[in-house]
Design a protein around this ligand. Structure first.
Ligand code: UDP
Ligand code: MG
Length: 331
């Protein structure tokens, strides 16, 4: 039977957090009085996480586990979790209890009030290193500025999503996934609630610098063409310098004497002109690359929230046209 709520938790070496996670989730979800499931994705843990989850699922059929063959990374683990949910509303939560499960009650309330995405905004982060705080702050601000969709600041993956949103998300097959960006891209009625991010309950962060950099690159390349466009600004500056170089050098020669810079002048001007041209055409190539990337990523063209007033036949045909993109949660 389909539960009302599905909770998705990615798990990478979290043996010390699993018992508490289970306990807290049970407390919070039982209080809703509705049915629920907890889908844990074991992302190639090297500790006893898989055994613990297996035991839990034997004792409590509401607990389910997807066991990865190796570590595929946080965003892929969450994606797999979403694929395996069947609830009307789905909550993504970290397994280390940095995201307090109690907030789910507020999320459900907003969902019932008609919002399809309720994301949690970190107002304060406890027990993080200054390096993590600084890089996170910088990351969210840069992403906010250079991406083409409005990705809310200081927001992680801790969020509730309506089934419609999850289906849309599941229909996106791109490999380099930045889930919070994809959810923003999808649209629907979204709202945020503020919370204090707790300290990690047990163990260490599973996000070393290398993974953080990879994550940031996925976010930027997935939602922005800015890096491909930078060249046009540099090209413009070099072009202006090339145009200005001739009168400036002439003036300097009048002031400093005709020996100034000797025969290098033509070289300098030529270098500026050619570099400017080269960068400009690299920019043009970048625009084509960006479009190739767009096409290969094969995102749906649009996401429909509802259809009003169509004949059944027209509606069926429209859905047919969008067929490959209509989500099948089991894929
Ligand atoms: N995680 C995962 N695979 C990974 C890294 C992390 O499934 O390769 C999970 C981890 O178990 C946790 C969540 O993703 O539930 C967030 O990771 P973490 O708490 O280490 O990140 P931080 O909070 O330090 O940014
Ligand atoms: Mg954490």
């Amino acid at each position: 039977m389909k539960p009302t709520y599905s909770i998705v938790a990615p798990i990478y070496n979290e043996e010390g957090n699993i018992p508490k996670l289970y306990e807290r989730i049970c407390g919070v979800m039982d209080a809703t009085g509705e049915s629920w499931e907890l889908v844990c994705v074991n992302d190639g843990s090297r500790d006893r996480s898989a055994e613990l989850l297996r035991d839990l699922s034997v004792r409590d059929p509401r607990i389910k586990m997807v066991n990865f063959a190796r570590n595929f990374g946080h965003q892929i683990a969450v994606t797999a979790g979403l694929h395996h949910t069947s609830g009307d509303a789905v909550v993504i939560i970290d397994a280390d209890l940095q995201d307090p499960p109690e907030l789910i009650h507020d999320m459900i309330e907003r969902w019932k009030a008609g919002y399809q995405v309720v994301y949690a905004v970190r107002q304060e982060r406890k027990g993080e290193t200054w390096f993590k705080l600084l890089t996170a702050k910088l990351f969210y601000r840069v992403i906010y500025r250079i991406t083409d969709v409005d990705i809310p600041m200081d927001t992680g993956d801790f969020r509730l999503m309506d089934r419609k949103v999850v289906d849309a998300l599941n229909s996106m097959k791109e490999h380099n996934r930045f889930i919070r960006g994809l959810t923003s891209w999808i649209g629907f009625k979204q709202t945020g609630i503020k919370y204090v991010r707790e300290e990690r309950q047990w163990g260490e962060t599973k996000y070393p610098l290398k993974k953080m950099v990879r994550f940031a690159m996925d976010a930027i390349t997935g939602f922005s063409y800015f890096p491909l466009q930078i060249m046009v600004y540099v090209s413009f500056i070099l072009g202006v310098l090339a145009v200005l170089a001739i009168p400036i050098i002439a003036l300097l020669r009048v002031i400093l004497g005709f020996q100034f810079l000797g025969g290098q002048v033509t070289h300098i001007v030529l270098l500026l002109v050619l570099s400017s041209f080269q960068l400009f055409f690299l920019f043009i190539m970048g625009q084509y690359v960006a479009r190739i990337y767009d096409e290969t990523r094969d995102r749906p063209l649009y996401i429909v929230a509802e259809r009003v007033g169509f004949d059944a036949a027209v509606e069926r045909e429209a859905k047919q046209l969008d067929k490959e993109k209509v989500a099948t949660p089991s894929t």
